[in-house]
Every structure is written in C-alpha cells, then in structure tokens.
Design a protein around this ligand. Structure first.
Ligand code: KIV
Length: 295
C-alpha cells in the first residue's frame, strides 16, 4: 500500500504561494474524520462548534478542554492524511500565557498538529510564545463565537471601514507573531479579499466570500445534520438529518411489524444439536415435575 503523505502547515503555506485553494472542514469523531479525510480535505478542525452541533449546548462557551481532547483523540484515530487542528476552548487561554501554553501543549501531546485561538493583536505575545515552544497556531478573526456575549449576536463583522482596518491590523499582527493561517469568519468579501492579498499567511474563510486562500465549513451544517438553524453562508451538500429520520423510521416500523430481523439476519442450530437441545428441555421439564423441588 502507498504511504500516505500528511498535510502539514508548510503545505498550507505552499498552497497560498501557488494559488491553490485550501479545503478544511470540522469533524469531531472517528467515522466522520475517516470519511472527510478520504474525501480529500486538507485540514480537519476539531472546532469548539462541537459544543453546539454534537453536544447540544446553546453556544460554544461551555466547551471544556477535556471535551476537546476527547474528540481530538477520536478524530486523530480516523484522519490519516489531513492536518488536524484542535480548537482552544473558552477560558483555556484567556486566563494567561502559562495556562494557555499548558493547554495548547496538551492538545499537541494528544496528537493534534496545531491549535486555533480566537482574537487579534492582544494575543500576539501568547501566539509568539506558543510558536517558540513548537506549537503551530491558527488565528481566528471576524465573528468569534467565544465573544458572543460581548458582541450580542452572530451578525456580520468588520462592516464599517474602521473595524475593517482594525481587522487587517489584527491579521498582520497575528502573522507577525507566527500563526500559520487565519480563519476569517463572517466579514464582507471585500475585506476578506484585501486581508488575503496583504497577509503573508493563508486565510481560511467561513462566510467571508470566495477570495480567501481556503474555506472551512462546519461538517454538520454542510451535511444537513444540524437543523437548529442554517446560516446564509452555509451550502448544504446533503440532507443527512432527513435521511437518518427516514432510515430509523423504517427500522422502527419493521421491528414493530415483525419484518426485521429477517431469516438472513439470524442463525439456526444444526439439526442434530437442535434435536438434542429439545430433548434436554423435555428432560428438564419432566425432571421438575418428578421432584417438585422448584415449588
Ligand atoms: O469551532 C468551529 O467550528 C470554528 C469554525 C467555524 C471556524 O471555529
């Protein structure tokens, strides 16, 4: 069997230089990691969107390091080629550089190739320390869901000139600090295009138009598995939610109607063993009647 060549952070850089699009998607478990890896994505993000689309939280804020670690390990068992990036959850890095370094390091020790954190120039020092310690970091600007209570909603970010300039400066500060790529979430396409043109590291867009160096989507949005709401920037490539309901609905009705399991799903005994088994049952019943000891 041919050896599989792993995607690295260097691959991301090369793709930007070559003008080749970088494709990322989220995954949170072994089977989907295996499937998206086989489908050819360059990167898998174990995003803290885990909290909403898999664990049923209302926001990403309750997600813990333990949860991200648990799901990162599962994804790593399924991903053979893609670069696996693990999200640093809320309060795993905002509390100081030592704790941030320890938490990022534990994700790398679990096998992730890189970590992602939300925020701009205020995290440049922290990024520098992580990168110096050998931890590749992906930035995340624009709509940053861990700050949802600060902004009060999931609206478009950097839509005024001043905030667009600030976002560009944040991107340049993160690149200077050493991030290998930056997620740009839900900003106007013109802003994303300018940041992409001016930033030396690849930009990975989500809801930020076609001019980023790459794209990322939440897998459960793309597959129609998360039905609570669908952002406008999501394209559904499948309706797995409906497919699961239909399939399990058929299973329910076939079990209740006696159609499943069919003869092809069960095993019978060899005739001689069956005859012996029945004879022994008869004997047991006869024996019980004789002694009456079970009464
Ligand atoms: O948590 C996540 O899935 C993310 C993507 C939306 C970029 O951060």
């Amino acid at each position: 069997m041919d050896e599989i060549k792993r995607v690295t952070t260097e691959t991301f850089r090369r793709k930007k230089t070559a003008g080749e699009k970088i494709v990322m998607v989220t995954a949170y478990d072994f089977p989907f990691a295996r499937l998206v890896d086989e489908a050819g994505v360059d990167g898998i993000l174990v995003g803290d969107s885990l909290g909403m689309v898999v664990l049923g939280y209302e926001t990403t804020i309750p997600v813990t390091m333990e949860e991200i670690l648990h799901h990162t390990r599962a994804v790593l068992r399924g991903a053979r080629r893609a670069l696996v990036v693990a999200d640093l959850p809320f309060l795993s890095y905002q509390t100081g550089e030592e704790e941030a370094l320890r938490n990022a390091g534990s994700l790398l020790k679990a096998g992730a190739a890189a970590v992602k954190l939300e925020g701009g120039r205020e995290y440049a020092g922290m990024v520098k320390r992580m990168v110096t310690a050998g931890i590749p970091v992906m930035g995340h600007l624009g709509l940053t869901p861990q700050s949802i209570h600060e902004f009060g909603g999931y609206g478009l970010r950097a839509k005024e000139a001043a905030s667009a300039v600030k976002l560009l400066e944040d991107a340049l500060a993160l690149a200077e600090a050493g991030v290998f790529a930056i997620v740009l979430e839900k900003i106007p396409r013109e802003v994303a295009a300018e940041v992409t043109a001016r930033c030396p590291v690849p930009t990975i867009g989500i809801g930020s138009g076609p001019d980023c160096d790459g794209q990322v989507l939440v897998l459960h949005d793309l597959l129609g598995l998360y039905e609570e709401f669908k952002p406008r920037f999501v394209k559904r490539y499948a309706e797995l939610g409906a497919a699961v309901r239909e399939a399990v609905g058929r299973y329910v009705s076939e079990v209740r109607g006696g159609e499943f399991p069919g003869p092809e799903h069960a095993w019978g005994m060899e005739p001689d063993q069956l005859a012996t088994f029945r004879a022994q049952l008869d004997q047991m019943e006869g024996g019980t009647n004789d002694t009456g000891q079970d009464r």
